[in-house]
Write a protein that binds this ligand. Structure first.
Ligand code: ADP
Ligand code: MG
Length: 324
């Protein structure tokens, strides 16, 4: 009798074959019931998990390689926001059909990013269902040094890496149904986790978060956890040239303050640490802008160049409401 074919196992064999890595701390990777990993002595394990659903977390026309990249990037961004050094990841794939070409293309983006940060894919799960990708990323910190949301104090400065609004700009163009600028689309599809900055921040930052739901919403989480408020200068938000080319000032402001999907780090430091932040920017080659300060209170308030308060219609990013 011919054995029944199990396409799930063919896919897992494919993944296993491609997920080679050089890490000595993976005692047992893909292929057994679970992975066995050697956590370095004297470190705390840091674990993050995020799911991307088709039509909710990425447009339905997103290339499989970009879905692969982004599903790992958003998790590495969470580790960066904790100040952690990434080491391992697991991958749960729900696929409408066992399509080896799709999996190969997906893995190309996923493993390109994994190799950039020396992250080993050590296990996962493969099931049939609507397209959904769930990744867990694991890393570590020196004990007690993880960057948290609850350490901001009045008088602290608020900083953000890179630029804001690019990814949300791509999404806005995509929703309008016209052309999407390729530079903006690249920021939506292939966010760059700020691992090096995150690793350098523990001695300097009092609180940190990665910007996934929009600056005002995410800074609001820091303020709520820390029991403080914040004042943000809209004109200080780092704006890429392409956003100026594609959107008027009002739209730009909304995208930058509330858009989301940026995966930049927003952090706070004591007011005396400007030079230390400048040194991290120089060492990592990542621009870091001071965008405001922490104040007493509970509100996150944004001000324009004339000092007038500005309120968005909604503070943060909403997931897609339509299925693509
Ligand atoms: P079990 O039934 O014991 O959970 P599976 O057949 O689901 O085993 O998985 C077999 C091996 O393949 C395990 O080591 C698992 O971690 C790995 N694996 C399954 N799916 C994936 C995936 N999408 N990515 C990486 N590893 C996977
Ligand atoms: Mg399983």
């Amino acid at each position: 009798m011919k054995p029944p074919t199990r396409p799930e196992f063919d896919l897992i064999a494919r993944i296993r074959q491609r997920a080679s890595h050089g890490r000595g701390d993976v005692v047992l990777g893909i292929g057994d019931d679970a992975a066995v990993l050697a956590v370095p002595a004297g470190r705390q394990l840091v674990v993050a998990m995020d799911t991307l659903n088709a039509g909710v977390h990425f447009p339905g026309d997103t290339a499989p390689g970009d879905i692969g990249w982004k599903s790992l990037a958003v998790n590495l961004s969470d580790l960066a926001a904790m100040g952690a050094e990434p080491a391992w990841c697991t991958l749960s794939l729900s696929l409408p059909s066992a399509d080896p070409a799709w999996v190969d293309a997906f893995l190309e983006g996923f493993l390109d990013l994994a190799r950039l940060h020396d992250v080993a894919l050590v296990g996962g799960d493969t099931t049939r269902g609507p397209l959904s990708v769930c990744v867990a990323a694991h890393g570590w910190v020196e004990p007690g040094t993880a960057l948290r949301r609850d350490g901001a104090r009045p008088g602290d400065l608020v900083w953000v890496t890179g630029t804001l609004g690019d990814a949300a700009g791509a999404l806005a163009q995509w929703r309008d149904g016209g052309g999407v600028d390729a530079r903006l689309r690249a920021r939506l599809d292939r966010p760059v986790p700020r691992i090096a900055v995150g690793r350098a921040l523990p001695p300097v930052a009092s609180a940190c978060i990665d910007v996934s739901d929009g600056l005002l919403a995410d800074l609001g989480h820091v303020c709520a956890a820390s029991g403080v408020g914040a004042e943000i200068l809209l004109d200080a938000l780092p704006c890429p040239e392409v956003l100026r080319e594609c959107f008027d000032a009002a739209a730009r402001r909304r995208l930058q303050a509330t858009g989301g999907d940026d995966y930049e780090l927003c952090f706070t430091t004591r007011g005396t640490l400007r030079d230390a932040v400048a040194a991290i920017a120089a060492d990592t080659g990542v621009d870091i802008a001071c965008i405001g300060r922490i104040v007493a209170g509970r509100e996150v308030e944004a001000f324009d160049a004339e000092g007038r308060p500005w309120r968005p219609d909604r503070p943060g990013h909403e997931h897609f409401t339509t299925q693509e």
